[in-house]
Ligand binder design. Structure first.
Ligand code: GZL
Length: 326
């Protein structure tokens, strides 16, 4: 081989090797050593509704059952505080961080800081912007529901059971959160494809009961012909029921209410005929979260997305299923 091309070859090989090494370093999720016990971080978004409280209780119960030390934080609805909470966990030297990112973009720095500190992150329930952080590279995996499918299931039920009702008010979840983004995407695309429906208004109620009630009240006044309310979660659906009744209308008769989460209060409302259908979004993450962490420590391959199976409640099964609802 002529000297010039050999030198060029060596330079190219060195450059390629450096890039590959850097690439490998950037692409690796930090390892988790196999130990008898762990110090585990769980950064919760807030505790403003039964769903979040059920998720937290499930995580705390599983940590206690396994004898792990749990460093728990509650961001009280602030993405900025949730970033600070994760940074605090990093400083405390936790072995792994479970994170339910309140919104898709603001939590990216927290995910990257944990990776840089050599701490694997498992996303629970909510995800981050996939164009900014990737499973299997920046964090280990996402465990949660398929929010697009949840929205689609509501649309599919409506397409079969609306019985002529067609004007929809949509109550969106927390702006910028993956459940709000994807429950809207899944529902809006499917209900448009079904034909014969119109979303007359769509506004955030921030997954909160009273905000949901206030927004539903104002939208019902602005759209008196609305005869369907699709709420991204039970809290806002229950708030909307109060708004419907305050407007002198009958939920389930004048206006169909549809929801996602499947908490006991909402499933009871299905039994009572006030909510037409609810897609479950099970908050009991503890066992699956800690089993996934143990499998990773054991060296098992972990898929980038671990989707929960969600039930569906309507008048055909709500009474029988009520006892199992969270
Ligand atoms: C969905 C979860 C949502 C619930 C709301 O996985 O993030 O947050 O649907 C909760 O009730 O506030």
């Amino acid at each position: 081989m002529p000297a010039f091309s050999r030198r060029t070859f060596m330079l190219a090989a060195t450059a390629l090797g450096a890039m590959t090494f850097a690439g490998a370093a950037l692409a690796e999720v930090p390892a988790l050593a196999k130990k008898d016990t762990y110090k585990v971080g769980f950064a919760q978004t807030e505790s403003n509704n039964p769903w979040r409280i059920a998720q937290t209780n499930s995580m705390k119960a599983e940590a206690e059952k396994r004898g792990y030390q749990l460093v728990y934080t509650d961001a009280a609805g602030s993405a900025a505080k949730q970033v600070a909470d994760v940074n605090s966990m990093i400083a405390q030297g936790v072995d792994v961080i479970f994170l339910a990112p309140r919104e898709e973009k603001p939590l990216i720095p927290a995910v990257m800081a944990a990776k840089k500190a050599g701490i694997p992150v498992i996303l629970l329930d909510r995800s981050v912007d996939p164009s900014l952080a990737k499973a299997g590279e920046d964090y280990l995996t996402f465990i949660g529901s398929d929010f697009i499918q949840e929205g689609q299931r509501v649309a599919e039920w409506l397409a079969k059971n609306a019985n002529g009702k067609s004007k929809i008010i949509e109550l969106e979840g927390t702006t910028g959160s993956s459940p709000a983004n994807d429950r809207k995407k899944g529902f809006d695309e499917a209900i448009t494809a079904a034909g014969g429906f119109e979303i007359v208004a769509s506004q955030t109620g921030d997954f909160a009961r009273d905000k949901g009630r206030q927004v539903a009240e104002s939208l019902l006044q602005a759209h008196p012909d609305a005869d369907i309310i699709y709420a991204h979660n039970d809290e806002m659906a229950i708030g909307a029921i109060s708004a419907i009744e305050a407007a002198g209308k009958v939920p389930g008769k004048d206006i169909l209410v549809l929801s996602i989460d499947g908490g006991k209060e909402a499933v009871q409302a299905v039994v009572d005929g006030k909510i037409a259908a609810v897609v479950e979004c099970n908050p009991r993450f503890g066992p699956k979260a800690f089993d996934t962490m143990a499998a990773y420590a054991n060296g098992d391959k972990i898929e980038g997305k671990l989707v929960n199976d969600d039930k569906f409640y309507d008048s055909t099964n709500a009474a029988a299923e009520l006892a199992n609802a969270y």
